[in-house]
Design a binder for this molecule. Structure first.
Ligand SMILES: [Zn+2]
Length: 145
């Protein structure tokens, strides 16, 4: 009898792993995809996150990583960016996954990154919330001033 129960459990685990056609978002991360969809909607852009997988895990040295083939974003909760500027990190990854943006290392005249899609600098508006609108406008519209 024990073997039958185990077999049932194993097959249900297996089907979860095999079936990647579902949305799975960690509750602590959900607010970021919801606010991103809101920012998109007020700019006339619809985001389909029906099969997004967004969860904590090993980002292999980065603060977060995007896997296009599985519509997955993994956030590393052990990096300073999770406590300091999680929205910027996740919006950067959403930019890759949903807006098909690559990295953008242009600088503004004051030497700060021109885009949240910058490869190197990660803190752009966490310390200065007045810059948030600029960076989010730029994220959705690369030509934004
Ligand atoms: Zn990136």
């Amino acid at each position: 009898m024990k073997y039958i129960v185990l077999a049932v459990l194993m097959s249900s685990c297996l089907s979860d792993i095999m079936d990647d056609d579902y949305r799975r978002v960690d509750t602590k991360l959900n607010q970021y995809i919801e606010s991103f969809k809101y920012e998109a909607s007020i700019r006339g852009i619809k985001i389909d996150d029906s099969d997004l997988k967004l969860y904590f895990g090993n980002a292999h040295g980065a603060s977060a990583v995007t896997y296009y083939d599985t519509n997955s974003i993994v956030m590393d909760s052990t990096t300073v960016h999770w406590t300091r500027n999680p929205e910027e990190v996740l919006y950067h990854e959403f930019g890759h996954l949903f807006l098909h943006r690559g990295h953008d290392d242009r600088l503004l005249p004051d030497g700060t990154p021109a885009s949240i899609m910058s490869t190197y600098a990660t803190v752009k508006y966490a310390k200065d919330p007045s810059k948030r609108k600029y960076y989010i406008d730029e994220l959705f519209n690369k030509k934004a001033p």
